[in-house]
Design a protein around this ligand. Sequence first.
Ligand code: AGP
Length: 612
Amino acid sequence: MCGIVGCIYKKEPVLDFLIEGLERLEYRGYDSSGVAVIEKGALFTSKQEGKLNQLKKALKGENCSSFIGIGHTRWATHGRPSQANSHPHTDIDNEIAIVHNGIIENFQELKSELIEQGVQFSSETDSEVLAHLIHNQSQAGKIPLEEAVRLSLKKAKGAYAIAVISSRDPEKLVGARLGSPLIVGIGKNGNYLASDVPAILKQTNKVIYPNDGEIILLTADSYKVFDLDKKSVKHKVHTIEWTLDQVTKNGYDKFMLKEIHEQPKVIEAILKQRNPKGEQISFEELNIDEAVLKGIERISIVSCGTAYHAGFFIKYFLENNTDLPVDIDVASEFRYRKPKLNSKILVLTISQSGETADTLASLRLAKSKGCQILSIVNVMGSTIDRESDGVIYTHAGPEIGVASTKAYTAQMTCGLLFALYLAQLRKEMDSKSIKAMLKEAHKLPEMIQTVLKQEKHIAEIASQHAYAESALYLGRGFNFPSALEGALKNKEISYMHAEGHAAGEMKHGPIALIDHKLPVFCICPDGDSYEKMVSNVKEVEARKGLIISILTEGDKNLESISKETIFIPKIKEDLTPLLVAIPLQLLAFYIAETKGCDIDQPRNLAKSVTVE
Ligand code: AGP
């Protein structure tokens, strides 16, 4: 996915906003970037391959007085990262500039038609097609810009969030969205377009969320929204709860570390909001009838990446505390494996961004089969939020680091509360046990804080293993998903090969990997799986693996065979993944830091994958 911004001011130069807005969206993609402005009736564009700093260098000293402009930070889909392929894209007469997030699926067909009309292309991208289409439709300014955009988008198939300006219409900023996120900021000094809230939060907290298939016409002091058939659409103006502090590093060197440390407060806020007295559990925005929830016969959890691992934990928690069978799928498989779905199945999607293409496609498939859709999302107003029957907001605040941390533990917390809510509603767990579990859950914020106090010790362990070629993560039961998540955190920010396995699976193959050079992170807290985990750890020791154990405080049993140990406070086994997550996140962070990796913007990744 990419980050787009647009702005039209009443009387302020726009360039500073464009650059700062792109800085706040750089987590969405960072292989190239660019801006376009209109100055004295002419269109000026500057775009650079590489990180945003390259663009800032190119613009240094520019004296730009333009009040209107657009900007883009790219995660390449069509066309490798290069200066030519970066956005904005312009037409052959340099009148129209466009920035685009998404994929125009029929771009080849449109491109061939345009080439036959004599259009010369300067990039390999699908997005450039839109610039030429809009230019043709505008008929040298005879057709208003918003109308030229509308006519062009009616020809395009696929996903887009765009911002467009024209030197022939310098008082207008036009936006549109279909399948990719776009918000509209309504400000005192002007109006804004952006892919995500952090880009505009310094300027305004008043936003509207256009729907798919809508076009937005902005001037410096007005806005209009209409659909592809020119029908006007009214939208409520929302006030964003997030603060600027939450989208800045606030003294931390990396967003990821800041967000790791925010977890005690995030979990505490969720518990306080949804279970204030440790008894009644409430989900004000659930919006699914109790009768429907009583009648469901199965739950199908669908998500991607870290959200998938959170879903895996929720599956175990649901099946341990209710009578419901629960399936779990990665969304990219679910949407194609022809799942047998019906109205008795509750599909639970989990997504931090609420824009992940595979998860959204799975939601739409399930909806088409009559399933009730419940989603656990962090970004309010996101597409998954708006297309679900019911939602549970994690309220984790913006998660800027590409590697998901606080969203993960927030998703697990919301999931376990929902499971207990269901158990209560369906009378599948006695109230005494529910209260006991909730009492344990309310200990989590303080316990997470306790684990965070071991940061220095964990950083030292990480530095010992930072240059290992590979790493294994082993867990059982509730902590099998923890092993998967620990491996993902490590590989995605330190680029070390890492695998998570169910510890019982070791003997079926992965044990062949073990030698004296291989760090093996063994997740072995007190609980039903403990004894079996001890046997697995001993199998690793017998092959001279480097054992790093995550144990419950007071456990002396494995300490003697572990190279290093990390302790977590004693808590009910069902809840241990929420504590285990902390050392796993910190290990990955400090392995990556030891290796000098770009932790907040790991290579090849983006914060939300809004394309297939
Ligand atoms: C996690 O650290 C990754 N950044 C990635 O796996 C992410 O969890 C996945 O892309 C799902 O994103 P979502 O939660 O926004 O849907």
